[in-house]
Design a binder for this molecule. Sequence first.
Ligand SMILES: [Zn+2]
Length: 332
Amino acid sequence: MNTVETTLGPLGADRLGRVNAHEHLIIDGGYTVVKEPDFKLDSVEKAVEEVGYWKAAGGGLIVDTMPFGCGRNVDKLVAISEATGVPILVPSGFQKSSYYLPDHWQHRFDEETIAGLLIAELTEGADRNNYDTPVVDRSAVRAGFVKVAGDYQVVKPTTLKLIRAAGRAHRATGCPILVHTEMGTAGDELLDLLEEAGVPPSRVMLSHLDRNPDVFVHARLAARGALLQYDTPGRIKYQPESVLVRLMRDVIDAGFGANLLLGGDTARRSYWKAYGGGPGLAYILDTFDGRLREEGFTQDELNAIWTENPARWLGLTASTETAPSEERAASA
Ligand SMILES: [Zn+2]
């Protein structure tokens, strides 16, 4: 595959720029916002300001990770891109179970039906109504990946069904898969189930793994080919950045620099400068990148994290040659 579908149309690896691999630009309603009003990110104007800081810091593609039923708004994502020139990857799929009411349709429909819904989002266009209404109204923009979510230490029965549906979507379209891990747990089990469903680990991004900053666990997941996504920079409530920097160094020194990705995951008003909060969506690039350089990370190591590894997850032929040959084969 040579291009990926974004809010600004299909883009090749050379057009991605530095990738924010896990972000939330719009959370426009849904049970998520009812549960926690700080998650309400419904303003295009505020998002344009915040993404402006990201662009000014040299940022490129943003992977938005709020799928069905959790306040996704495809038209607002497109509006942000049109105002800023920053491309956004539109998610399809599902957030973790606690963000849905227990009667959400994901629990009722079977694997094949859900796979059909995912495939249509990936090949025809993302539904503006998020499959929450009887009317499907497809955007001209297609979804770029499928998200599934594990729970703390376990994979619940509905999640297993959604993973199998995501596997069908991957087999039909070659789409990448993004996995929410709860506190970085159940990574091996999630990879096992995805592999059984036909998704090679090299096309799976495991999100939030740095909530469990354990290099032994991460090296084992990376040895299987999985991409490890970290997002605690600047969010000190989770852990000091020194722990994260040490973890990244250890993972790279263990030989897995081609598996690391960074995201902001700034899914709260209180994280955004545009709402008077911090550290801001651009922090991972305008501040944390500088710290990594000061702590001895090389340009090649940073290029891998920001551009080459995301391109490989997306199934694109990276513009710089670093991918191990077996991963290239797996993503072909
Ligand atoms: Zn997130």
